[in-house]
Design a protein around this ligand. Structure first.
Ligand SMILES: Cc1cc2nc3c(=O)[nH]c(=O)nc-3n(C[C@H](O)[C@H](O)[C@H](O)COP(=O)(O)OP(=O)(O)OC[C@H]3O[C@@H](n4cnc5c(N)ncnc54)[C@H](O)[C@@H]3O)c2cc1C
Length: 401
């Protein structure tokens, strides 16, 4: 290892920005000389939970910010695309800015929308996983007067597990507000055997979907989408079920980044094999991964990256100091919207599932207040200790006698 310890972070989304800030702060404890460099092709930080609002008319510009403004002073920001990681020589290669040697590497490259993997994907299928997709959906919803709206999932895994159920329930509210709910059928399909992956929350969600008269089709693994006058307009499942639509909203296929596969760090769909507690990349030296890019069996969510980021920061410093590694306990929390004005709040970790708590106006207001807090404090890592103090811990509610 060279005199100056070089930490390189790839990706400046939720996980990358937070991990860079934590590493920059935690490395001070080592009393060594170090640099933190973060590389991203655009530094356009998209607050993706906002897509559920931009799909219903909120302005896209309110959810995109320059993530360089959320980095601690002293972190080097390089605007470029990483093309390959040479793991043998510990070099990160970029498109235009040359090579970056590293002693510690953090991968925070997210999940990409991979519509090219579904040969049936066409431009009339709506998605709300990109700024353009959400804007296009809003344009289509305003013109929609009657018929069948299908919310479906292309394949697993995808980011933000509640998002398609939330979309279905928000559609119900939207069409009610327009006074045309009786002319619109809302159908939600899921490859799972219940509406939501976690049983305790799903029991609540089932009731809400029923009250809202949303038709739920379970064990529905999307196989094909028909989209022409001759064949009709329908989604077909591998189980042989067919659901007709007038407007189709689909969670797109998700994959890891191609350069991760090309670098020999991951195989198959590109999810990085990661130790679910230490966040070290399996089979690699001094390499960590966090957020959506890992294969960790938990939600691909911003809050996952948030709770993982201090572990990555600490573990780089701990490795430098020869100390024991910190462990991520699987903490995830999420607002789960059930209508415009009400939300559930789910808070869980690897061991404890969320309690089956009902939807509340309070959590909706909390969700609205969260965005400015996210930009001002959470991502930049300001007042980290204060935020941790208010952190809603996961309580072992099942063993509370
Ligand atoms: C509709 C929707 C609703 C959501 N709602 C919630 C919610 O309510 N709560 C919640 O916790 N989460 C939510 N999420 C999920 C959350 O937004 C993501 O899980 C989170 O952004 C993941 O952070 P990340 O850092 O792993 O990836 P990202 O934030 O996606 O960042 C990945 C970064 O990697 C960069 N990158 C990729 N390839 C390269 C390369 N070759 N070189 C350099 N950089 C590269 C990209 O430019 C990007 O900046 C939602 C997501 C969606 C789509």
């Amino acid at each position: 290892m060279s005199e100056e310890i070089k930490i390189v972070v790839i990706g400046a989304g939720t996980g990358g920005n937070m991990a860079a800030n934590h590493a920059f702060k935690d490395m001070k404890k080592t009393k060594k000389s170090y640099t933190v460099t973060i590389i991203d092709p655009t530094f356009e930080h998209v607050y993706q939970p906002g897509f559920l609002f931009t799909s219903f008319g909120a302005k896209t510009k309110t959810i995109i910010k320059d993530s360089r403004k959320m980095l601690k002073k002293g972190i080097n920001a390089v605007m470029d695309k990483v093309t390959i990681v040479d793991t043998e020589n510990k070099l990160v290669k970029t498109d235009k800015s040359g090579d970056f040697p590293y002693d510690y590497l953090v991968l925070a490259t997210g999940a990409r929308m991979a519509t090219e993997t579904a040969e049936w994907w066409n431009e009339d299928i709506h998605e709300f996983y990109s700024p353009k997709g959400a804007e296009k959906l809003w344009a289509a919803l305003q013109k929609f007067e009657e018929g069948k709206v299908v919310v479906s999932i292309a394949d697993l895994p995808y980011k933000c597990p509640p998002a398609p159920v939330e979309m279905s329930m928000l559609l119900d509210d939207y069409f009610k507000k327009r006074g045309i709910r009786d002319k619109v059928d809302i159908i939600y399909t899921s490859p799972l055997n219940r509406p939501f992956s976690i049983e305790t929350t799903s029991s609540r969600v089932e009731g809400y979907l029923e009250d809202k008269n949303i038709d739920v089709r379970l064990l529905f693994n999307t196989d094909y989408v028909y989209a022409d006058e001759e064949e009709g307009y329908a989604v077909e499942s591998m189980e042989g079920e067919e659901v007709e639509y007038d407007l189709l909203i689909m969670v797109p296929p998700h994959r890891g980044q191609q350069f991760i596969i090309d670098s020999g760090i991951a195989k198959g769909q590109g999810w990085i094999p990661t130790n679910k507690e230490t966040l070290e990349v399996n089979g690699q030296e001094n390499m960590f991964a966090l957020g959506d890019c890992t294969d960790i069996p938990t939600s691909k969510a911003g809050s996952t990256a948030h709770y993982q980021s201090p572990v990555v920061g600490k573990n780089i410093a701990n490795k430098v100091m020869g100390k024991e590694l910190a462990l991520y306990d699987g903490h995830v929390q999420c607002f789960f919207l059930t209508e415009f004005g009400k939300s559930m709040f789910i808070n869980f970790n690897y061991k404890i599932p969320p309690p089956p708590t009902p939807t509340r106006k309070f959590w909706w207001l909390f969700k609205l207040a969260f965005k400015p807090l996210y930009y001002k404090f959470l991502v930049p890592g300001h007042f980290h200790k204060t935020i941790e103090f208010f952190n809603i811990k996961v309580k072992d509610w099942q063993n509370k006698a």
